[in-house]
Write a protein that binds this ligand. Sequence first.
Ligand SMILES: [Zn+2]
Length: 434
Amino acid sequence: MLVDCGVFQGSRALREKNWTAPPFDPASLDAVVLTHAHIVHTGYVPRLAKSGFSGPVFVTPPTAGLLEYLWPDAAHLHEEDARDANRKGYSRHRPALPFFDEKDAGAALRLLHPAAFHERTELAPGLAFTFRRVGHILGAAFVTIETGSTRVVFSGDVGQRNAPILKDPETPSAADHLVLESTYGDRLHPTASPREELGRAVAETVARQGVLLIPAFAVGRAQDVLYHLRSLQREGGIAADLGIYVDSPMAVSAVDLYCGALSEHDVEMAELESAGLCPIDGPSVHLVRDRVESKALNGRTGPMVILSASGMLTGGRILHHLKRRLPDPETMLLFVGFQAAGTLGRRILDGAEEVRIHGETVPVRADVREIPALSAHADQQGLLEWAGRLAAPPQAVYLVHGEAAAREALAGALRSRSGWNVVLPEEGQAIELE
Ligand SMILES: [Zn+2]
């Protein structure tokens, strides 16, 4: 079985790894268990289905809801890439074929088996798993796998406590082996309130009649940012009629799923909802559905807020907004999520003075800022606290899902704080569990 089955994103060298065949026969695989819907955790499943894997794929019910949008959307992008490659002739393969297409996405969706949080699912005699909430995004879980008397916990991506909309992460009570993410293993989020920081960014942009451009992961970040912006509008922190444009079809669909997932809402969200409206929607929020409407935003002047994807500027409608707005010093480009090495987002955040977008050179004169506390990931302290709830030390903690510096910093902190046995596994390394 596999736990998570995603694609590489970031630099070209990383992305090319997606095309390498997996080191096993997909048809021989018995099951896949997915911790949450993000494409870096799920985007390879349709490709597995195309190569002979016939299921089942276990997910929480909200994750199933999100994948119904995410996989067909990814298929559409892959088909577009293949068309581009054929038109411009830059692929080694003729004709270039999509990584997977809409039919493969549909086939993968038919393999989904929703399993409720806290429900123990037996896969085979002596092999069972259970999902528990881990914050991060709608439907996200950590998963405990019991094999014989050994418990292996996979953290998935650990969310922050007290984040908006969703219930707080639960913590594992016991693990013999812990596979832990380390995205922000070398960072501490500032303690300043992210909502206040966001309010200040809006106020500055409004004062200079500019555009606040927020690249956000369509699922998770976009809804959290909307929640904070709408709260500020209700509380009078920013003007109630300031236009907020959500320009990402995926983010728009996810807004509906977030509003509808009553069982996942925290107390504050439920209270706001009892007034009858979804607190991340409202009269100032414009959900931009089609391409024409999206392009029309280029002709508008500020003040306004545009939320668009992709979150790391690797594609999507955010690119045409960047071309239009980056040369303009009145624009504020505000990062609210992780920017991986090799992405356009990381280059701009690191201070690039000009960038290439769709073959054009675009000068960066906009005011570039970041609110790391809005991240969907726990910081080093959060990860230590989350793992620290274990009643007894695990035999080993394996750090995954982080760049080298982040993994090493978290390993150092875990060893010095708890004396735990921390392992930094290499890609492809096999580890025998006792
Ligand atoms: Zn994630």
